[in-house]
Design a protein around this ligand. Structure first.
Ligand code: C2E
Ligand code: MG
Ligand code: MG
Ligand code: MG
Length: 286
């Protein structure tokens, strides 16, 4: 009986595994096709000053709209792209789209940055420095208007391989930010070794303030030390006015979150914040 039970469990296990790898395979084939057929879309989420509320930038966030009209979120396909070697093509596409869009804002005389997420594979295995250099040349965007985000988790586990690349990217004149800061338990002293200008505090620390005393203390510590190290801070995941008030009280200068806006398609961002409204408005006739 025990044996039969074991065999049954095993069969169920392998069946499940087969299903899972099939799903992954389908997703991978689909993603390759998505790149070729233009099924990928870039959404933009505004970032603003806490004080006064001026929008100073936008984070570019990828979406995959399948032929069936289903919107697939990045957390489902970015890891897959990394494993299947698609992250370079995908990353280049995102960089190109984001920089072309930001160049339009620049030409309209707006003071707006664009923030692009880099995957670990792009930094370690690809020619991300060449890619960024090329896309800046082709788009004509001023380098200081491009910010590249790299997660803290990646930086901690790949410091030696990554640090040279970060210095080269910084040499191109772009800004560098540490994404999901606080989740990787890195010390702020360690950050001094990296050529980064900005920290993005992970949304998990923002969610339960005010109220969660531990998170309140962590936020206060990050903001005070970042300030002394000359690093800018963006608080992520701000959904409520009380969260924003709390952050303002700690001297946090920049934020991003649903309170201001969810990520929106490029044309919606342009109408609201990107100077595109005038372009859409009918030309007055005399
Ligand atoms: P991230 O870079 O930390 O991006 C922030 C995520 O938080 C976004 O999820 C955004 O929609 C979400 N968010 C923003 N404000 C709020 C809020 O107030 N509340 C809550 N609950 N969530 C908020 P999204 O777009 O699903 O992206 C998830 C992750 O996927 C990103 O995390 C980033 O790591 C990755 N990702 C997205 N686009 C790209 C890309 O083009 N390239 C790479 N390599 N990774 C990307
Ligand atoms: Mg990010
Ligand atoms: Mg983040
Ligand atoms: Mg994240």
């Amino acid at each position: 009986r025990a044996k039969a039970l074991k065999r049954n469990t095993w069969q169920r296990y392998t069946a499940a595994l087969g299903e899972e790898s099939r799903e992954r395979f389908d997703l991978e084939v689909g993603l390759r096709r998505a790149l070729e057929r233009g099924e990928l879309q870039l959404y933009f989420q505004p970032q603003a000053f806490v004080d006064g509320g001026r929008v100073f930038g936008a984070e570019a966030l990828i979406r995959w709209v399948s032929p069936e009209g289903e919107t697939i979120m990045p957390e489902r396909f970015i890891p897959l792209a990394e494993e299947s070697g698609l992250s370079h093509a995908l990353g280049r596409w995102v960089l190109g789209e984001a920089c072309r869009r930001a160049r339009q804002w620049e030409l309209r005389g707006l003071d707006l940055q664009v923030a692009v997420n880099l995957s670990g594979a792009q930094v370690v295995h690809g020619d991300v420095v060449g890619d960024v250099h090329r896309v800046l040349q082709e788009s004509g965007l001023s380098p200081e208007r491009l910010e590249l985000e790299i997660t803290e988790g990646f930086l901690i586990s790949h410091t030696d391989e990554g640090i040279g690349v970060l210095h080269e990217l910084r040499g191109l004149g772009v800004m560098l930010a540490v994404d999901d800061f606080g989740t990787g338990y890195s010390s702020l002293a360690y950050l001094k070794r990296l050529p980064v200008q900005r920290l993005k505090i992970d949304q998990s620390f923002v969610r339960d303030v005010p109220g969660d005393v531990d998170d309140e203390i962590i936020l206060a510590a990050i903001l005070s030390m970042a300030g002394r190290l000359g690093l800018e801070v963006v608080a992520e995941g701000v959904e409520l006015p009380v969260q924003l008030d709390f952050l303002a009280g700690l001297g946090c200068e920049r934020y991003q979150g649903f309170l201001l806006s969810r990520p929106v398609p490029a044309d919606v961002f342009d109408r609201r914040w990107g100077g595109g409204a005038e372009l859409c408005a009918p030309v007055p006739s005399r």
